[in-house]
Structure formats: structure tokens, C-alpha cells
Design a protein around this ligand. Sequence first.
Ligand code: FAD
Length: 520
Amino acid sequence: MAATKFVLAFAICRLMATVGFTTVAPVDLLRLGIEGRVSMERSDVKKASADFGKLTREEPVAVMEPGSAEDVARLVAAAYESAQGFTVSARGHGHSINGQAQARKGVVIEMSSRKREVRVWKKGRYVDVWGGELWIEVLTATLEYGLAPKSWTDYLYLSVGGTLSNAGISGQTFNQGPQISNVYELDVVTGKGELLTCSEERNTELFHAVLGGLGQFGIIMRARIALEPAPHRVRWIRVLYSNFSAFTEDQEFLISLHGRPAKERFDYVEGFVIVDEGLINNWRSSFFSPSNPVKIESLKSDEGVLYCLEITKNYHQDNADTIDQEIEGMLEKLDFIPKTVFTTDLTYVEFLDRVHTAEVKMRSKGLWEVPHPWLNLFVPRSRVADFDKGVFKGILGNKTSGPILIYPMNKNKWDQRSSAVTPEEEVFYVVAFLRSAVDSQALHILRDQNRQILSFCHDASIKVKQYLPHYTTQEEWRDHFGDKWDRFSHLKMQYDPRRILASGQRIFKPLTTTSSASDM
Ligand code: FAD
């Protein structure tokens, strides 16, 4: 290995001198001695310049499909050591909204191009996975051992590295913490091209910085993820509210049961807002079927908004007999509209993979590959009623163009040493506007509404934090990170001093000659 590295380094120096500092030189260098593939083909470049949001497009010079973690280390080392420099962005499954995985005039690493490197350690109850692995693959592999990760996202066609760079949240977060709280160890390629293992015990600072670090400190090559015995089946329940404070009081009560024995709590707590009857069966999941019709109009409050609490209870064959009783006992403590209990029973995989089922339907209607001007906010608990009044009952009107999720989480499940940012209060709500724009007029309206929502929060001093954040100035980023900014920028200097990595986040301006003001 040492000899190979020496030969490569020698070749890089020779080639640098021969080809000069043209934009493509680094890419030519990378064709030497890597296991994977480097491509400048139009179709590869085009794919790497797009994402789920369809709002922005930046073309890289080349795309790498890595064959190993060492390939990635060589690429980043070449970028770090070359005189002109070039940016490098890992791309998980390209499910960002605002170009976060793009690399203008740089190289995009297609992490998910290398599939199925999942190693389950049954004894230790953890799994080692390649950073580009999709969560659906992790689930499939671990289920073979009767195990599954503890913390999820609603959608499983996201990469491990992509969600760990943000947080990875869903209805299990109140009890298990976000996905970043369920990782034991990482292998990371830093912005200097070093391949380092980090954990609570080794390179601790890097470990915490990378989790929720928006790809700024290193590329996650391997993650060691906590597992638990996989439940067999899930009882999935929805109940409706017309009163916002009854809805949030019940949600907060349910998340306060975190850490209790499974019998005494639900396993998943989410919820959504219904301002538009057409969306009761939204793309996240069709649920209310003709056999259990919901007469929304008869339920709606004067203010025209309903709230749906969504909860689940996992069970195994051995407690199947008592599950109904357990659920009934818990539902009795809630204050929803009587006779609005809708229940479905399905396998654990069917439940976890529910959004994909909806995706297949949306795709068949041509409604998936459209722009998604999504906005995800963390709203402090003390101001969520003001948010309801000003946004759900104000700015939105009665058309939403997509699901709006709302559910609370508790800060004590988030490790404050990670780079993820949450509001200061102990309980905060995620409010996710997951809207699709079918044409340019709709896109204009939805983007304008997003701006109005942010201005409303600013003017009303509701101290929201963006989840999957998107800002264009460093001042906004400083504000976003608050107390964490100094550490964040200090660690950036330490682990990625040339600001090579994940420039699509637009936090730091790359120190490369191929970058320009528009890279920020
Ligand atoms: P990409 O979009 O490819 O990358 C995101 C960022 O991470 C980029 O900056 C990229 O450079 C960086 N990155 C990617 N891979 C690595 C790596 N290996 N190492 C270091 N940095 C890396 N999020 C939730 O938390 N909960 C949800 O329930 C949820 N549901 C979603 C449903 C849908 C339909 C969609 C489109 C998104 C959803 N998300 C959810 C958001 C999702 O977590 C983000 O889009 C996230 O970025 C993961 O997507 P990705 O793997 O495609 O990453």
C-alpha cells in the first residue's frame, strides 16, 4: 500500500508539471491507480448536477464512482495538494433541495454507486455500512439477522452519509434520538485527504463535528450504527383534532413518555396539518380508504384547520394478544375528536417503507420529478401556538400543495456535541412543508410563501432553526449556528483548511482558483 501511494504521489507530481494547472488536470490524475471510475461523460455530469429539489443546478467537471475509501482519500488529497485546488462533494442519493451535494467546477463523488457493503455484528448489536448505502439496504441486510436500526427517517431511499450529515429524524426521534445519536463509530476522509477512524474514544472532536456537520469536515466512508431486535408488525393509528392546543398537549404528553418500558408508550409520534381536504391522503402515505371514509367538512373547526396525530405501536408474535388492550388504554388518555380513530396493521418493513409505496404511485402520474421548494423548521415549543395562528391559519390560506408535518422532539435526545442545531428550548417541533410545484406559477407562489413564513417568524421573534438549512450569506450561517459557530469554523480550518468539501452548502467560500463569488 505504501509503495502504491508513493507511485501515485510521484505520478501526480509528474503530471502536474506536464499538464499545467488546467481545470481537468486533477481529473486526469485520478484516472491513475484508483479502483473505481472517474467520468466526464455528459450523462454522469448532468445527473450529479441535479437534486430532488430541482431548484438549482451546478455542473461539476467530473464524477467519481469510488471503488474504496482509499479512492476517495486520493481524490481529496489531490484536491488539497494541487496548486489550483478543486472542490469535492459527496453525493448520497441526491435528495437535497438546494444543491447541497453539488460541486461547481469540482468533482462529485457518487457515494451510492457502490452498493451493499453492510456487515452485521450480531453480538455487539451494530452494523458497519458504507457511507453511500441507502437505509433501505441497511434494513434489508440487518433483518436477515432479526435486527434493525433504532432510529429512522420517514423515507428510506436516502444515504447513510447524507442523513448523518444532517440529523436523520422521524417519529422515533423522541424516544431513540435522531440517527446521529445512534452511531458508534465512523471512518472519515477529511479535507486533507486523511482517512481517519473516529468515535467517542478516538478523534472525538472529529466524530462529533461530522455528525450533523453538513459534510463540512469529512466524507463518511463507514458508519457503525446501533441495532435492536426488529419488531414483526406495527399498529399504525391516526386520530383527528380541531383544537391545536389539545393536539399539541397530547403530542407533548406522548413524547414525555420517552424511555418508559415499551408497554407504556408509543414507538413513533408524528402528526400533520390538514388545511386542504385533498391532502388527507397525501403522498407520504394513503391511509384513509373508502372503507373508512373521513367526512372532513363535518369535523372542521371554524378556523378550517384540522390536525392529525399519527402514532404507532410495534409488536412481536408473543405480545400480539395484548396489543389492542395496550393501545386502548393509551388512547383513553388522549383528547382527540371522538370516533376519529383510524387503524391499519402492517409488517414492520411495510410501515418503514411507506413513503416509497407512495413514491411509486406519484412517479406513475409524473408527480415525483417536479420542483420541491421544501422548508423544514424547528419551532420552539413556547411559540408553536403563535406559529399555528400566523402560518397554518394565516399565510397558508386553504391550499398547501403537499403534506405539512408537525411533531415535537426533546432536546435531551440530541447530543449537544454534534454539529446539529436545534432551538434552545427543551421541547421543539419540527414543521416540514413538503410541497411540490407542478408548474412555474406554483413554484413562484410556494417560494414566496416560504419567504413569508420566514419573515413572519423573524418579525414575531419566533426563534426557529432551519433543518436541512439553506442560506446564502455567511452572516445567516453564523446566526444559524449561534453559539456553535466559533467551534464550527475553527474545526473547518482544522479538518478542511482549503474548504474543499461540500461547497454546495454555501457556508464557506472554497480557497481554489476555480471558485468564484457565486460559489458562496
Ligand atoms: P445528498 O442530498 O446527496 O447529500 C446531502 C449533504 O450531505 C450534501 O452536502 C452532501 O455533500 C453530504 N453528504 C452526502 N453523503 C455524504 C457522506 N458520505 N459523507 C459526508 N457528507 C455527505 N430527512 C430526515 O431527517 N427525515 C425524513 O423523514 C426525511 N424524509 C425525506 C423524504 C424525501 C422524499 C426526501 C427527498 C428527503 C427526506 N429527508 C428526510 C431529507 C434527507 O435527510 C436529506 O435530503 C439528506 O440530505 C439525505 O439525502 P441524500 O442521502 O440524498 O444526501
